[in-house]
Design a protein around this ligand. Sequence first.
Ligand SMILES: *[C@@H]1O[C@H](CO)[C@@H](O)[C@H](O)[C@H]1NC(C)=O
Ligand SMILES: *[C@@H]1O[C@H](CO)[C@@H](O)[C@H](O)[C@H]1NC(C)=O
Ligand SMILES: *[C@@H]1O[C@H](CO)[C@@H](O)[C@H](O)[C@H]1NC(C)=O
Ligand SMILES: *[C@@H]1O[C@H](CO)[C@@H](O)[C@H](O)[C@H]1NC(C)=O
Length: 396
Amino acid sequence: MEYGGRKTLVPKPSLLFLQITIIILLSNQSLILNATVITKCHFPAIFNFGDSNSDTGGLSAAFGQPSPPNGDTFFHRPAGRYSDGRLLIDFIARRLGLPYLSAYLDALGSNFTQGANFATGGSTIRPQNTTRHQSGLSPFSLNVQSYQFNDFRLRTRIIRKADGVFKELLPKTESFSQGLYTFDIGQNDLTGGLFLNLSIDQVKASVPDILGQFKTVVKDVHDNGGGRSFWIHNTGPIGCLPYVMVHLPIRAVQMDKNGCARPFNELARFFNRQLKKLVGQLREELPEAAITYVDIYKARYTLISQASKYGFRQPLRACCGHGGKYNYNTHVGCGGKVKNKGKEILVGKSCEDPSVMIIWDGIHYTEAANKWVFDRIVNGSFSDPPVSLQMACRMK
Ligand SMILES: *[C@@H]1O[C@H](CO)[C@@H](O)[C@H](O)[C@H]1NC(C)=O
Ligand SMILES: *[C@@H]1O[C@H](CO)[C@@H](O)[C@H](O)[C@H]1NC(C)=O
Ligand SMILES: *[C@@H]1O[C@H](CO)[C@@H](O)[C@H](O)[C@H]1NC(C)=O
Ligand SMILES: *[C@@H]1O[C@H](CO)[C@@H](O)[C@H](O)[C@H]1NC(C)=O
């Protein structure tokens, strides 16, 4: 025995004091730890559904990486994201102590132990009747993302039963019930309709069908996937985005005092009101689920309308783009090439400092804007109910 030869030591008074102090310190710490365990949720994984606002490599796995300078600020290379850096979902994952999410579609270097991302740029809630070539919309609409999630979950169980290297790259069974399910989708259903020349009233009339399909997926994740914690982003102020304002010009009187197109923002708010109502219905129908509705619209619009107060400049102007009032051209986007006097030049970063810009490429936001919005939404002050991200497993 290791201690066999030792004499029992009677502690000297000073040692005794030291021991007592240590015990008190330790018990204090365990009290703090216990308190943390009681209040904060344990999310071993995130499963995300959405469009380019939360795509961490899905569309690029199918159609190729976004061109440089996408990814420049943080990853220093294109990283499957339509931004100079990180997205809201990246900040969410890090805050929960989880790695950046691998895209379900990405076969290369992915690790799904702590979740999977089903979002792709251009995704809509409803399946579309156009190809990506025609409309820019993704073939991976929310129903497809839901098929992919179900396949992922069922095959994870089979693969984890068989031993082998892949077992180590997939979530544990309990991660599906304990995970956080995040949704950020709907923007392209609205803009997609407008770009197909539907009137605003026609797009509004399609909202019940759009949200009906959204509800089907959330219920499926709950009933078949075992999901209990949901974090649902509403849609942002599309009327402040250059790609909408350039594509769908409106009369000057329809601009608001911040230079955003009021009718399109009203459409986004109409959608959001219906979405919020739906979340209320879902809470009644799924009483054991915690569903948090996050007002991304309000957070983004606050930033755009008070940009200078928060240290940002030129709130409606794209950082990476080319030409026009908003530094945005419908035909040549960020990372594309334009001919100038016979010479090809890259459409790159034309703002000096992306960390003070809000709009990245006319469609998406900069890392700085995403971080600002994340800092506002993380503590629950833009949420219904007003619970923080780390409490999003708790019901009202
Ligand atoms: C996958 O991720 C898990 C958890 O984040 C980590 O422990 C593991 O080492 C990773 N596996 C590989 C092969 O990188
Ligand atoms: C696609 O076409 C089908 C059949 O006509 C229709 O029911 C559906 O609403 C259309 N989808 C969209 C997004 O317009
Ligand atoms: C929408 O209308 C514009 C102007 O009338 C037209 O140029 C364009 O081709 C139409 N787009 C679609 C998808 O029908
Ligand atoms: C949440 O954070 C924001 C920004 O840091 C702060 O202004 C706000 O007061 C906070 N709200 C709560 C409820 O803590």
